[in-house]
Design a protein around this ligand. Structure first.
Ligand SMILES: Cc1cc2nc3c(=O)[nH]c(=O)nc-3n(C[C@H](O)[C@H](O)[C@H](O)COP(=O)(O)OP(=O)(O)OC[C@H]3O[C@@H](n4cnc5c(N)ncnc54)[C@H](O)[C@@H]3O)c2cc1C
Length: 234
C-alpha cells in the first residue's frame, strides 16, 4: 500500500477571466512527471478564485518561496496560453504541503502496484492479548478496502472499531424487532417505496424495539445477572 499527497494551489485574481459557467476545467501535461501538476482547476462560485489540484510525484513540492514561484510561473503560463484575458500575475498564490505536515505526512493511502488484496483489512485487524482478546484497535481510511482514502471510509472504520470494542467488552446485542415492524419494512421494500419524506412508514420509536443481551459475559464466560444487563441497556 502507498501513502501519497494531494496538494492544492489557490490562485486569487481581481476578476474571473474564465467563463463563469465553467466550474471545473482540466489540462493534459506534456511530460509524465508533470502530469499531476495543476491537472484540474475548480472555480470557487461567485469568487475570482481558482483552486488547482496537484497529485502524484508533482505533489512533492519542495520547501521555500522559490518553489512556490516556479509552480506559480508554470501555472500562470498555462492559464495565459488558455485564456486570452488572463492577467500576468495572480493577486495571491497559496500552496498546501501536506507531505511536510509532521502529523499528516501526506493525505491518504492508495493501492500501489505491489499492494496485496487484503492489505487494508490486515491494517485494520486489532492486536490481541495472550488470551486472544482484542486490546489495541485501529481505525482510519487505510483500514478498509471498500472506501479507502475518503472521509466516509474513515468514519465507517471508526464505527466498525466502536462496535468491535462494544462487542469485546459488553458482548453482542442482537436486535429483535416486532413482527409488525418487520412486515411493514418488507412491504415497503416490495413496493419499492423509498425511505424518506415521501414515505409514511417510519422506524418505530425506541420502545418498539427489543434488545437482548447475550447470556454470557464475553470477558468472564459467566452468565450475566439480569439486573446487571438492565443497567447496561439503560
Ligand atoms: C486535500 C485533500 C482533499 C480531500 N478530499 C476528499 C474528498 O473530497 N472526499 C473525501 O471523502 N475525502 C477526501 N480527502 C480524504 C480524507 O480527508 C481522508 O481520507 C480522511 O480525512 C482520513 O481520515 P483518518 O481519520 O483516517 O485520518 P486523518 O484525518 O489524517 O486523522 C489522523 C489524525 O491523527 C493525528 N495524528 C497523527 N499522528 C499523531 C500522533 N503521533 N499523535 C497524535 N495524533 C496524531 C493527525 O493530526 C490527524 O488529526 C481529502 C484529503 C485531502 C488532504
Amino acid at each position: 500500500m502507498g501513502f501519497g499527497s494531494l496538494n492544492k494551489a489557490v490562485l486569487f485574481f481581481e476578476k474571473p477571466f474564465w467563463g463563469i459557467q465553467e466550474d471545473i476545467f482540466s489540462r493534459l501535461s506534456e511530460t509524465t512527471e508533470a502530469r499531476g501538476e495543476c491537472f484540474q482547476f475548480f472555480a470557487v462560485p461567485k469568487e475570482p478564485v481558482l483552486i488547482a489540484l496537484i497529485s502524484g510525484t508533482a505533489a512533492n513540492i519542495g520547501d521555500g518561496p522559490e518553489n512556490d514561484k516556479l509552480l506559480k510561473n508554470r501555472t500562470m503560463l498555462f492559464l495565459r496560453s488558455t485564456f486570452p484575458n488572463c492577467p500576468v500575475e495572480p493577486i495571491e498564490f497559496i500552496v498546501t504541503r501536506w507531505h511536510r505536515d509532521k502529523f499528516a505526512r501526506g493525505c491518504y493511502s492508495y493501492v500501489s502496484v505491489d499492494a496485496q488484496d487484503r492489505d487494508h483489512e490486515v491494517l485494520g485487524e486489532p492486536i490481541c492479548d495472550t488470551h486472544g482478546t482484542p486490546r489495541i484497535f485501529f481505525g482510519g481510511e487505510h483500514t478498509l478496502c471498500r472506501w479507502p482514502s475518503t472521509i466516509h471510509g474513515a468514519m465507517l472504520s471508526g464505527m466498525r472499531e466502536a462496535t468491535r470494542i462494544a462487542d469485546t467488552f459488553y458482548g453482542t446485542l442482537p436486535v429483535v424487532a416486532h413482527e409488525e415492524l418487520i412486515s411493514k419494512v418488507k412491504l415497503e421494500s416490495m413496493n419499492g417505496v423509498k425511505r424518506g419524506e415521501d414515505c409514511d412508514v417510519k422506524i418505530e420509536e425506541e420502545s418498539d424495539i427489543d434488545f437482548e443481551l447475550s447470556d454470557d459475559d464475553p470477558m468472564t464466560g459467566e452468565n450475566i445477572d439480569e439486573k446487571e444487563a438492565e443497567k447496561l441497556l439503560a
